[in-house]
Write a protein that binds this ligand. Structure first.
Ligand code: SAM
Ligand code: DTB
Ligand code: SF4
Length: 332
């Protein structure tokens, strides 16, 4: 571990000042932190699968899976354990190091679907992959059963600042999100928590989100930074894509604030050119989603991402075979 000091007392002004630095100065700072914290500069490849798609009771304005919106995504039954593990095996064969599974749920309910989730977690761990689940709120007992099953990380995003939050979601409060995060932390599972930019927020909101994240003690081990994918039929469909350099700034600032966290360059890469993505890697991103599907929207294919990493001159944590493809069984 490096000698980087870890702070949990950042003020919003300090963070906003970082976000607004001249880009070259911000990058200079973030790269120094990044290289000290991650000397070998390896990028983690994480593959994502939507296990339960659509029909969600929450009204998150960005999300095509909400039953409150009129996007094309319809509700599907949860996938069975075997095809999920087949996808995990394919992801591993293509070089993934982590396998993330999503459920379009407000909260985890007990019963057969939860038992299947536990089997999926065990199966993914038996393959030697890290396992991450994102499935909404959970109880202490569910968190400890997931921990027992070997779950590496639970993803639950704060999405935006406390102030901007009620423009985006009305069916679940910021406080409830924080309580879910605390429950995951108590269970011993690592935390994956980040947000989305490009939802009409100001720089002060971006600073506000980063402030809440950076002042969690310990920091979330994993911090996904998403750019909004504006999906037709959602209330945010008309929003124009965020300037990729804004994503570079978010990544760089997250890296400075949370030196040892894995900062994930998440949704929105299809809207970015290769050079902007390389800038995000330079700024301190050390993970990408790997495979041509996120949950319901697209992501660059594995060949394109192999070229991206080669062009940037960074290596992946897992071993990528020379001709990696993700020979996936169709999810639905
Ligand atoms: N239902 C669970 C929940 O909300 O925690 C898990 C799935 S949810 C789709 C996971 C995360 O994906 C959300 O918290 C949000 O940050 C991100 N996300 C969803 N739709 C997005 C979009 N259109 N653009 C960018 N990020 C998105
Ligand atoms: C996260 O922060 N981003 C990922 C993962 N965690 C689950 C999901 C992105 C979803 C993008 C929209 C979609 O594909 O539905
Ligand atoms: Fe449901 Fe998660 Fe989508 Fe919100 S982000 S509508 S909780 S699936």
């Amino acid at each position: 571990m490096s000698s980087l000091s870890l702070r949990h007392d950042w003020s919003r002004d300090e963070i906003q000042q970082l976000l607004e630095l001249p880009l070259v100065d911000l990058l200079w700072q973030s790269q120094q932190v990044h290289r000290q914290a991650n000397p070998g500069y390896q990028v983690q490849l994480a593959s994502l699968l939507s296990v339960k798609t659509g029909g969600c009771e929450e009204d998150c304005a960005y999300c095509p899976q909400s039953m409150h919106h009129s996007s094309d995504v319809s509700a599907h039954p949860q996938l069975e354990v075997a095809p999920v593990l087949e996808r995990a095996r394919a992801a591993k064969a293509a070089g993934a190091h982590r396998f993330c599974m999503g459920w379009a749920w407000r909260e985890i309910r007990d019963g057969a679907p939860f038992e299947a989730m536990l089997s999926m977690v065990r199966g993914v761990r038996e393959l030697g992959l890290e396992a991450c689940v994102t499935a909404g709120m959970l109880t202490d007992q569910q968190a400890s059963r997931l921990a027992e099953a070997g779950l590496t990380a639970y993803n639950h995003n704060l999405d935006t600042s406390p102030e901007h939050y009620d423009q985006i979601i009305t069916t679940r409060t910021y406080q409830e999100r924080l309580e879910t995060l605390a429950r995951v932390r108590r269970s011993g599972i690592t935390l994956c928590c980040g947000g989305i930019i490009g939802m009409g927020e100001g720089t002060d909101d971006r600073a506000g989100l980063l402030q809440v994240l950076a002042n969690l003690n310990p920091h979330p081990e994993s911090v996904p930074i998403n750019a909004l994918v504006a999906v037709e039929g959602t209330p945010l469909e008309e929003l124009t894509s965020v300037d990729p350099l804004e994503l570079v700034r978010m990544v760089a600032t997250a890296r400075i604030l949370m030196p040892h966290s894995r900062v994930r360059l998440s949704a929105g890469r299809e809207q970015m050119n290769r050079e902007a993505q390389v800038l995000c890697l330079l700024a301190g991103a050390d993970s990408i989603f790997y495979g041509d599907q996120l949950l319901t929207t697209g992501n660059p294919d594995v060949a394109t991402d192999r070229e991206l990493l080669a062009a940037a001159g960074v290596t992946a944590l897992g071993k990528i075979p020379a001709s990696a493809s993700m020979n996936c069984v169709p999810a639905h």
